[in-house]
Design a protein around this ligand. Sequence first.
Ligand code: PAF
Length: 290
Amino acid sequence: MNTNHKSQKRQLRVLTAIPKLKRAIAEIRARGETIALVPTMGALHEGHLSLVRLAAKRADRVIVSIFVNPTQFAPHEDLNTYPRTFAADQAALEETATDIIWAPSVATMYPEGFATRVVPEGAATVGLEDKFRPHFFAGVATVVAKLLIQCEPDVALFGEKDYQQLKVVTQLARDLSLPTKIVAGPIIREPDGLALSSRNRYLSPPERATAPVLHRVLKECAAAIAAGKPLGSALRHGRETITKTGFALDYLEARDAETLVPVGTSSSGKIRLLVAARIGTTRLIDNVGV
Ligand code: PAF
């Protein structure tokens, strides 16, 4: 970081065109300053804002991208109804250490004739989110590669809530020799344990009251495994509890915390427990370390 320039005030700019973004980046670089990127799809909540605050500690200038990426939604998913709250997002970022909102249109990101996709393997093909959302990681990898190339950040921050995504993006930056360091931000939770998510606003009051069960089960499973209970029975019990509470469970799995491959026993390195379940029409994901 260039500490000479740290005192320079932030003046939030909203940019929507690549030439203007490149000019702004050139100005930042000409001052010898570093850049952090926080990629988002908007509908910002405290989880995103915590990443922005982390970003401001890691670099002189902070770019927050807001782009609801159509290529990571399947036709039956919530692209059209995904919350779009640009004015509120901008107001929140005015108060939260942001220099640039990068808000390209779909036509800017995917112009007529666009024909290149980044299709990740490794952590993107371990049978978690990829099994239930087969289109998802190619969409995420393609847009994240584009955002990293467009914004040229020194660091980019991703929340641990999307744990598989974090691993996929980390591998992507490494595999494509991108000069950006991928940094993880912790999951931010409601007081009752529910992980913050833009999709929580879809929950009806009774669904919202039930939703913290996911985190409670993750914590109980993690404690049981740490205390030596066999993985199989800890997970079986957790799956039963989630299903009995009224969720449609996609998965509750124990995986190697780095590679996300299945772990056979509780003694094979660091373990991450990951869950995805639907309540009503809302799909929630969460995870904890053991
Ligand atoms: O986590 C998200 O909000 C999105 O998947 C991301 C990383 C911004 C890509 O569209």
